[in-house]
Design a protein around this ligand. Structure first.
Ligand SMILES: Nc1ncnc2c1ncn2[C@@H]1O[C@H](COP(=O)(O)OP(=O)(O)OP(=O)(O)O)[C@@H](O)[C@H]1O
Length: 585
């Protein structure tokens, strides 16, 4: 139960509703106990009439009155049971939503390293599957727990009071039922976990084949894919059958044990009635109803135990993530506005998971209003520099200063809100183009969106779509070309109007003419901003105020375009090669 203690704060939050729920259960149970009593009374009325005689009209009247009472008690019990569900189950849904929000908020705070260590499927499972299992503890387990407790606390003493020995006999099979259901629930849980696993294999498989349908068709491997699917689905079916077999035991087992209790009531109760130790036949009828009434709660003790165990295991998995401390911590609560000067002082960086040293002793400076271009082969560490500026990671050694302040001393929120980052692979959400651009500035006006798109040279493409800026992207919408995606992503960074603009090879998919146009626009709007531009093309770098060349995480050359073209080395070679390519076009 240690792990589940995390949920106590939610019980505290909803305590009044839960306390009210407890009293409602109490009232519902009292009315429920009355129904067997009235049934017994009716039998007794008939029995007395048959043995003692009397007016038939009087019997009719008495029977009708008792029947009405019985009906009233049953209706009231049903009404309060409804209210009870409203309390417990509704509260559990609130708590489930609260827990989901708590986990989601924590996910948002965790750093990139966390996401690399854990698979997306696992993250999704913990926020959906595991939280649902925990809800079974917060809702049904608590509700049935309270109901069973109250029922036992009221019915069993009453039964003992009415016929002590008979009570003892009839409740003997109940613990057996409870243990049997517990074992069965455990087995059901084990098998349903396996079924669940296969289900997720199946959905991952289908999802991948649908996303990669183009590749599957191009390589003509539809048949193999279908065979792969069939194999998986047959195994999944067999696992489902295994589960169905144990599930099939559940109700027969309950019915068999109820049957045993009923037989005991009739046999022992009958003998006692014959020898006179039970005065009325009605007691036997009453007991028969009580036994049936107690069966489900008793069975539920086993079921609840298994639910609580599953919830405990799930909460343990959730707690693992909730207790995770973000690698990147915000040390400063005060507002720290950013102007834009960036200084790297002997920065080295090693990726924790791969142990790859991506940057070695890097030093450079970019002033506010300047543009720095970073050129280098793939894997030379260019993107890593941008990630360090956004503090997605902390340096392994050395210091990064922003406006002369160590980056770790800046308020993380201020730092991130002063950066417009265009990643290497543009990521667009399944939403309209307008909303995708507004992601950079939630309250942007339509005019601002259009202006940003114009600056990113994508406006003309957008208005060519029949729905213009309202065109929906993604799975159910249209697919933009690589270059269009990059430009929408640039518009998103521009609309933010940040102090620092970071472009990670963001123009690789556009032609050189459009590249030039965008660079011109960026130069204009970024006149007072700091721009860092990663590229493989000289055309992107040539107008930058400073250029650095990276190789294997080290700066091998630095200078302006003029200086570097006249210097033997990587830049000059690249310049010649790209010039030749251009001439050949
Ligand atoms: N998230 C990561 N986790 C572990 N290693 C990484 C990660 N990102 C990059 N690396 C490694 O760090 C090195 C530098 O990568 P980086 O992405 O900075 O290079 P790059 O110059 O931007 O390359 P490209 O031009 O291909 O984008 C590479 O060897 C890469 O494998």
């Amino acid at each position: 139960m240690k792990e589940l203690q995390h949920l106590n704060k939610y019980f505290k939050k909803y305590k009044w509703k839960l306390i009210l729920g407890f009293f409602i259960v109490l009232v519902a149970r009292i009315f429920a106990i009355l129904t067997p009593k009235f049934s017994g009374d009716m039998i007794n009325l008939v029995e007395n009439y048959m043995s003692d005689g009397g007016e038939i009209s009087e019997l009719r009247h008495d029977l009708l009155m008792t029947l009405l009472l019985l009906l009233g008690a049953a209706l009231l019990s049903a009404f309060f049971t409804f209210l009870m569900r409203q309390m417990f189950i509704v509260v559990s849904r609130y708590m489930e939503a609260d827990l989901k929000n708590e986990v989601y908020e924590q996910y948002q705070n965790l750093s990139l390293n966390f996401y690399k260590k854990n698979r997306t499927g696992d993250l999704m499972n913990r926020i959906s599957e595991d939280v649902s299992k925990v809800r079974m503890y917060l809702g049904p387990a608590i509700m049935y727990g309270v109901t069973t407790f109250i029922l036992f606390a009221t019915v069993v003493p009453y039964m003992f009071y009415t016929a002590p020995e008979l009570t003892l006999y009839v409740i003997i099979p109940l613990p057996v039922l409870s243990v049997a259901i517990y074992q069965l629930s455990k087995l059901i849980h084990k098998r349903s976990t396996i079924v669940q696993e296969y289900l997720s294999h199946l959905s991952t498989f289908t999802q991948e084949s649908f996303s990669g349908i183009g590749v599957i068709k191009a390589y003509g491997i539809e048949k193999q894919t279908a065979e792969g699917f069939e194999k998986l689905s047959i195994t999944s079916r067999d696992k489902n059958l295994d589960l169905a077999k144990v599930q099939a035991f559940f109700f027969p087992l309950m019915i068999a044990l109820i049957g045993v209790s009923n037989l005991l009531v009739i046999y022992i109760g009958g003998k006692k009635y014959i020898d006179g130790s039970i005065p009325d036949l009605g007691v036997i009828v009453e007991f028969l109803i009580y036994v049936n009434m107690l069966t489900w709660p008793v069975a539920s003790v086993g079921w609840i135990t298994s639910l609580v165990q599953q919830a405990e295991a799930s909460q343990k998995r959730i707690n693992e993530f909730l207790n995770e401390v973000p690698d990147i911590k915000n040390h400063t609560q005060a507002h720290t506005p950013v102007t834009g000067k960036i200084t790297f002082k002997n920065v080295s960086f090693t990726y924790e998971d791969t142990n790859i040293t991506a940057l070695k002793d890097i030093s450079f400076e970019v002033n506010k209003g300047e543009t720095l271009a970073i050129i280098g082969k793939t894997g030379s560490g260019k993107s890593t520099i941008l990630e360090l500026i956004g503090r997605l990671y902390d340096t392994t050694s050395g210091t990064i200063l922003i406006d002369e302040t160590p980056i770790a001393d800046l308020n993380l929120k201020d730092l991130r809100s002063s950066i417009g980052y265009v990643p290497q692979e543009a990521f667009l959400f399944s939403d309209s183009i307008k909303e995708n651009i507004k992601f950079g500035k939630k309250d942007a006006t339509d005019a601002e969106v259009t202006q940003a798109a114009k600056n990113a040279s994508v406006h003309d493409n957008i208005i060519d779509f029949s729905k213009g800026y309202d065109t929906v992207l993604g799975e159910r919408g249209i697919t933009l070309s690589g270059g269009q995606k990059q430009r929408v992503s640039i518009a998103r960074a521009i609309i933010k109007d940040p102090q620092i603009l970071l472009f990670d090879d963001s123009l690789s998919a556009v032609d050189t003419e459009t590249e030039e146009e965008i660079l011109e626009n960026i130069k204009r709007i970024a006149a007072t901003k700091t721009t860092v531009l990663v590229s493989h093309r000289i055309s992107s770098a040539k107008n930058a105020d400073r250029i650095i060349i990276l190789e294997d995480g080290e700066i091998i050359q630095r200078g302006t375009h003029e200086e570097l073209v006249n210097q033997e080395g990587y830049y000059q070679e690249l310049y010649r090669k790209q010039l030749e390519e251009k001439e050949m076009e």
